[in-house]
Design a binder for this molecule. Structure first.
Ligand code: ZN
Length: 370
């Protein structure tokens, strides 16, 4: 289903316009869906809408699942569209989909939805993940599967790196060191980047050794892997709202898997310290919610509140949700000529991240959508 958008409109945004953490300009114009730093030549009588407020790039959710229903299972394409609209209306205008059950590519043709960068199906070891979510495979099938998903997605492949091993009764890596290498080589050979879902401590050195480009959740970061991740320049998508749910995984597994339950509780308890330590060590944190499946959509602001609980300052939080993910994904922010995907705020988000909840306008491709 395609929703028609209203005809071209010229906006004059009287900022400050925040181009980066330390860079602002007083005003921009929006014409033909694009940002202009200089006032464009306009025919006499052009209708210009003046808007005052702090201008920031649209928020990004770097770990989101469109097409996975609340409570699990695939959705219809229309329901996935509604999830994207829910996210959009909270100010999320850029989504990196971290694995979907359905093919969400048709959503990319819908101009009223956030920009979507997909990783295709995520890849998991047989019987080592939530049933029915991912493509399940064995090590010998990895190279072909990674190559296939690299071709189906938008430059990203996701490998589920660890999960509960019921034989061991705890989190263990799903793959050995060579498998991580093989997967990374196949992704890079296909011109894609590769990320991994990881909760446990012992998976991180394997992913880092193999040259993975990003880490999802990364609750198992230690002093050693924090410095290695920082040194490698690999960003971490924290999904702290999801890590907060580890208590429910722990209590569900408690009877049969007491070590796993205790491990999950330890990881949860350390989540704020680990996040702050990662930031302090120079790791780029990126905002991601893990919405879809267990958590509903539209929760980006809860994730930003979690960053604040971890002790990150407002500018760092803003960076993790706007400029940094755009740079990382190669998507422009508020540069001259960039697509006008932006938010207008009543207050300065560099001093209080809650200002991002109080949007006066959400502008997507130059159209005011919320
Ligand atoms: Zn996820």
């Amino acid at each position: 289903m395609r929703t028609d958008v209203s005809p071209a409109l010229v906006l004059h945004l009287r900022g400050p316009v925040l181009l980066g953490p330390d860079q602002e300009i007083p005003e921009v114009w929006v014409i033909d869906g694009r940002i202009r730093h200089e006032r464009p030549e306009l025919p006499a009588g052009t209708d210009i809408q003046q808007i005052d407020g702090y201008v920031v790039p649209g928020l990004a959710d770097l770990h989101c699942h469109l097409g996975i229903a609340d409570g699990g299972g695939g959705t219809t394409l229309e329901a996935a569209r509604q999830q994207a609209l829910t996210d959009r209306d909270t100010g999320v205008l850029l989504i990196r989909d971290a694995g979907s059950i359905i093919d969400t590519a048709p959503l990319q043709q819908q101009p009223d939805l956030p920009r979507l960068i997909r990783c295709g199906r995520h890849l998991a070891r047989t019987r080592r993940y939530l049933f029915g979510y991912a493509d399940e495979l064995e090590p010998e099938e990895l190279p072909a599967a990674v190559t296939r998903e690299a071709g189906r997605g938008d430059g990203w492949v996701k490998l589920v790196g660890d999960w509960i091993d019921r034989g061991v009764g705890d989190l263990t890596p799903c793959w050995d060191a060579e498998d991580f290498h093989v997967a990374a080589r196949a992704a890079h050979h296909a011109g894609a980047r590769i990320t991994t879902h990881t909760f446990g401590e012992s998976t991180l050195p394997l992913a880092l050794d193999a040259g993975f480009d990003c880490l999802e959740h990364a609750t198992g970061l230690t002093d050693e892997t924090i410095s290695r991740t920082a040194e490698a320049g690999v960003p971490v998508v924290s999904t702290l709202v999801n890590v907060g749910e580890f208590e429910s995984y722990a209590s569900q597994g408690e009877k049969k898997f007491p070590d796993y339950a205790a491990h999950m509780r330890r990881l949860r308890a350390g989540r704020y310290d680990r996040t702050r330590d990662a930031h302090d060590a120079g790791i780029q944190l990126l905002a991601g919610t893990d919405a879809g499946g267990v958590l509903g959509h539209g929760i980006i602001h809860d994730e930003l509140d979690e960053f604040a609980r971890a002790g990150l300052d407002a500018t760092t939080i803003l960076d993790a949700a706007t400029w940094a993910p755009r740079r990382f994904l190669g998507v422009p922010g508020l540069e001259d000529g960039a697509p006008a995907d932006l938010l207008v705020l009543a207050r300065d988000p560099r001093t209080d991240h809650h200002a991002l909840r109080e949007r006066s306008h959400v502008v997507l491709a130059g159209q005011i959508v919320a």
